[in-house]
Design a protein around this ligand. Structure first.
Ligand code: SF4
Length: 399
């Protein structure tokens, strides 16, 4: 939209026609004058919330689309750049609102093109986000929590206690930072590098489902970040009661961190299994909304030497997932300091994959990515919490 159209609409816009602040905006402006940090953050607001904030400021409805476009399509970080808005409006918006990004503490680039960012949020907590480029896609692995409650024994993040859930703004912010670094704005590029999202970073997304779904509504909006639900996968360790809601409200692909084929083994590897054992988990997979042959459930299976990698395990896995449209990702274990596990050897992984293949399941062995920067699956960890005694001993033993 041009400045002249903007001027023509000014008569419908009380913020421009009458810069003196009257009732509807007073609260927000008073709030804004208390200091820069107290300005209302627009990033992560769903469309309806953004519209309500703008209307509260006395702006007409059509401003929502314009500002949304600048925020999420163009990636603006400064209201001064919103050149389709008249200058007085840009100035006023900047007084009341901000457009925040998490701060980048470090960026590490792996030799294989993987990029890991350690991000710091406004309260000082930190989480990691990883970009994995492949030939036909670029996948961003998002965190949903700082730390994790679930203590999966093969996972580095699981040694870090839960600090808190990430907000929708902090989840959307991870995408914005990645797009900034990948020159991903404007988002409508034919050769866009960031094409897929997975929630496989720090945290259990189904324990933060409200915020994840809210963030996804922003991320999937076709006039902004515009990532389709078909290209988004949410990975859960098996929070059975939340799975149906995830399918209904987010409609994204589902991945299950399975990793074991008996309850005994899975109780050890993924302790949430004691609450919702394998049979219940697989029933919830069978009932997952929208699951079909075109939209299969991914089962993640980390290959741990002598623990879960036998041919018997493979055959049991085939029997377990019978009737579920599925694919299996075999993940060579990525070691981290202090772990007791080792990665299965190549022949063992190959034998396992062959059993799956003969049973008709695609079972790619996922090439480890970003190992040199501890960005591979299960290796993420920030320093947002102090280690407890057991964890400290494990970490010390590894040094
Ligand atoms: S695998 Fe996922 S759910 Fe389990 S501890 Fe690690 S981050 Fe948490």
């Amino acid at each position: 939209m041009t400045d002249s159209i903007d001027t023509a609409r000014a008569s419908a816009d009380p913020l421009i026609t009458d810069p003196r602040v009257t009732d509807p905006r007073q609260d927000l402006l008073a709030f804004a004058t208390r200091g820069a940090d107290t300005r209302v953050d627009l990033v992560g607001m769903e469309r309806a919330a953004l519209e309500a904030a703008l209307v509260e400021l006395g702006l007409p409805q059509f401003r929502t689309g314009q500002i949304w476009h600048w925020l999420y399509h163009r990636g603006a970080t400064d209201f001064a750049d919103m050149t389709t808005l008249a200058k007085p409006l840009r100035t006023r918006l900047a007084e009341v609102f901000r457009m925040s990004r998490p701060a980048v503490v470090t960026r590490q680039d792996s030799g294989d093109g993987t990029i890991k960012w350690l991000l710091r949020f406004a309260d000082g907590n930190e989480a990691e986000t990883v970009f994995i480029p492949e030939e036909d896609r670029g996948t961003l692995c998002l965190s949903s929590q700082v730390g994790c409650t679930l203590s999966c024994t093969f996972c580095h993040t699981g040694t870090q206690r839960l600090v808190r859930n990430l907000t929708p703004a902090e989840i959307v912010g991870q995408v914005m930072v990645a797009l900034d670094h990948l020159n991903g704005f404007p988002t409508a590029q034919r050769d866009r590098r960031l094409t897929n999202l997975v929630f496989m970073g720090m945290g259990e997304p189904l324990y933060n489902l409200d915020n994840v779904v809210s963030a996804l509504r922003v991320i999937m909006d076709g006039e902004g970040l515009s990532l389709s639900k078909r290209r988004i996968t949410l990975s859960t360790s098996g929070v059975v009661p939340m799975m149906a809601r995830c399918g209904e409200e987010a409609g994204v692909n589902l991945a299950i961190s399975l990793h074991g084929t008996t309850d005994d083994i899975r109780d050890e590897l993924v302790p949430i299994n004691r609450k919702w054992p394998i049979a219940e988990l697989l029933d919830a997979c069978r009932a997952y909304p929208g699951v079909n042959n075109a939209r299969r459930i991914t089962f993640e299976y980390v290959m741990l030497k002598g623990v879960n990698d036998s041919v018997d395990d493979a055959r049991r896995l085939v029997r377990l997932i019978d009737g579920i449209p599925a694919k299996i990702n075999l993940i060579p274990f990525n070691p981290w300091p202090g772990t007791a596990y080792e990665c299965s050897d190549d022949d063992t992984i190959e034998r396992f994959a062959q059993v799956m293949l003969k049973a008709g399941y695609a079972s790619p062995v996922r090439a480890p990515r970003g190992r040199d920067i501890l960005a591979a699956c299960g290796q993420l960890k920030s320093e947002s919490v102090t280690l407890n005694k057991r964890e400290r001993r494990a970490a010390e033993a590894a040094e």
